[in-house]
Design a protein around this ligand. Structure first.
Ligand SMILES: [Mg+2]
Length: 476
């Protein structure tokens, strides 16, 4: 009824509030940032939700959080004073299991996620592997095809505090098979949390696995409309549905895509300053109505006292002025958290060595490259790295200070999209060798489609140069 007007319900007349309350029969609400933050209930939110129920509204708790099973969410909500049953909880862990069950999936799942998803899969009779720590072994690059479980037919990426390099390696290797399904619970970049420490969200891992696998995940959580399809089988009427959330880019976007009314509360991710900016620039999606917090619906004033998790701003070194991301086999959740937290300061520089997605390696095992980690940190920090490696022209600038003449320079490489791209960008001549990443077949394709950058000359391998120069003895 307010149609993306960002109308502050606090300023509404009694009649307008009544009209608003009469305009929906179903309430979908996000949880973290709307009802609670971590284990702290937001003041008045339980009263507001229970009030909707008293008015006869149907209620669903729709959360992108994949770490718990539905009964755990229900008991968490009940302990905080919400009336809630398991059937009203739509968590992404449950949706992932429901989706696979619905398509008749019978193979095993490789799960880069937590036990919440594992338990939901178990409940529908789907086997899974991968939950828990998978630490880096000294010979991690020796991973063999026989280390992969041939029964795996799907990779699910959810929130995983034990994320590690071997997990990326396994996920990408399973996904090298086209028949392997790729499902993500959600793509939230960060958890809502006040203060200067940043907690990377599931989207950080999804982006990393998408990068090293070269595939796109099917995302079940908000803002994707899988939830709507799910609820429509229960007779949901979108026009008579209200979506409540704390984040414009997921909750409100989801509501707008599904044709629901939307209420944004400012107690979580989207701040009133950000909302002002979106409104000024008329950037969709904009909420229909807005409230400082859900409890204000019943005008119950009470300050928000969010709890801080283990990492404190005092754990961050105030002298850090730059984050450099390179290849790191010991990549971990705390490392993403620290990198993103340092980068929350605009003055902190963000440098990446390179953005190579994968290391060259034959066979079906995929070895994720630095680009996987760079994309992950870019996602949770919401910053773009300054990349010094190929194909970026920082190398040329460096060499020009050593009196390099680009026109008289040859760049040799095995990879069109980094080595040859660098050469072309810098005005060098280029020689592609086919002994590494870019294969003869890839090159044929690029050539037939005339896709730049194309090399000037090409050789099967660099050593072949000698037989051309001196065919008899291979020496100069
Ligand atoms: Mg939220």
């Amino acid at each position: 009824m307010f149609n993306q007007a960002v109308f502050n319900l606090h300023e509404a007349s009694k009649d307008q509030v009544q009209e608003f309350l009469n305009s929906f029969d179903t309430v979908l609400t996000d949880c973290d940032g709307v009802l609670w933050i971590d284990n702290n209930v937001l003041p008045g939110s339980a009263d507001a939700m229970n009030y909707f129920r008293e008015l006869g509204k149907k209620i669903f708790y729709v959360t992108n959080n994949s770490t718990k099973i539905r009964s755990e969410f229900a008991s968490k909500a009940q302990q905080m004073g919400f009336i809630a049953s398991q059937d009203e909880i739509l968590s992404t862990a449950y949706l992932a299991a429901h989706y696979l069950k619905g398509i008749g999936f019978t193979k095993k799942v490789y799960l880069l996620g937590s036990n919440g998803i594992g338990e939901e899969l178990k409940a529908v009779g789907i086997r899974h592997i991968g939950v828990g720590p998978d630490p880096v072994k000294p010979d991690y690059r020796a991973m063999k095809e026989s280390d992969l479980d041939p029964e795996v037919g799907a990779v699910i990426v959810g929130f995983d505090e034990h994320v590690s390099y071997p997990k990326f390696m396994k996920a990408a290797s399973y996904l090298a098979s086209k028949d392997c399904l790729f499902i993500a619970t959600n793509t939230d970049e960060r958890f809502p949390r006040p203060g200067s420490v940043i907690e990377p969200g599931c989207g950080t891992f999804v982006k990393a696995v998408e990068t090293c696998s070269g595939r796109q995940a099917l995302v079940l959580g908000k803002p994707n409309d899988y939830v709507k399809k799910y609820l429509e089988t229960y007779g949901l009427n979108p026009a008579r549905t209200l979506m409540i959330g704390d984040k414009c880019s997921t909750d409100i976007e989801f509501g707008v895509r599904c044709g629901f009314q939307t209420l944004l509360v400012l107690s979580g991710v989207t701040s009133s300053k950000e909302l002002e900016k979106l409104r000024r620039e008329n950037t969709p999606p904009l909420p229909d109505v807005v409230l400082p917090k859900l409890g204000d619906l019943l005008s119950i004033p009470d300050p928000v006292k969010p709890d801080y998790k283990a990492m404190n701003p005092s754990d961050l070194d105030p002298e850090v002025g730059a984050v450099v991301v390179g290849f790191d086999e010991h990549v971990s959740y705390p490392k993403f958290m620290k990198a993103a937290s340092y980068l929350a300061s605009e003055e902190c520089l963000f440098v990446a060595t390179n953005t190579d997605e994968r290391f060259p390696r034959g066979g079906s095992i995929v070895v994720p490259g630095t680009g996987t980690l760079v994309r992950a940190v870019e996602t949770c920090s919401d910053r773009k790295a300054f990349v010094v490696g190929k194909p970026h022209d920082y190398v040329r600038k460096y060499l020009e200070s050593c009196n390099l003449n680009p026109a008289r320079t040859l760049m040799i490489g095995d990879r069109c999209n980094t080595d040859i791209e660098l050469g072309v960008r810098c005005g060098f001549q280029t020689l592609l060798v086919l002994s590494g990443v870019t294969s003869n077949k890839d090159l044929e394709k690029l050539r037939s489609e005339r896709t730049p950058p194309l090399p000037d000359v090409v050789l099967p391998k660099l050593g072949d140069l000698l037989s051309i120069v001196s065919p008899t003895n291979g020496s100069l």
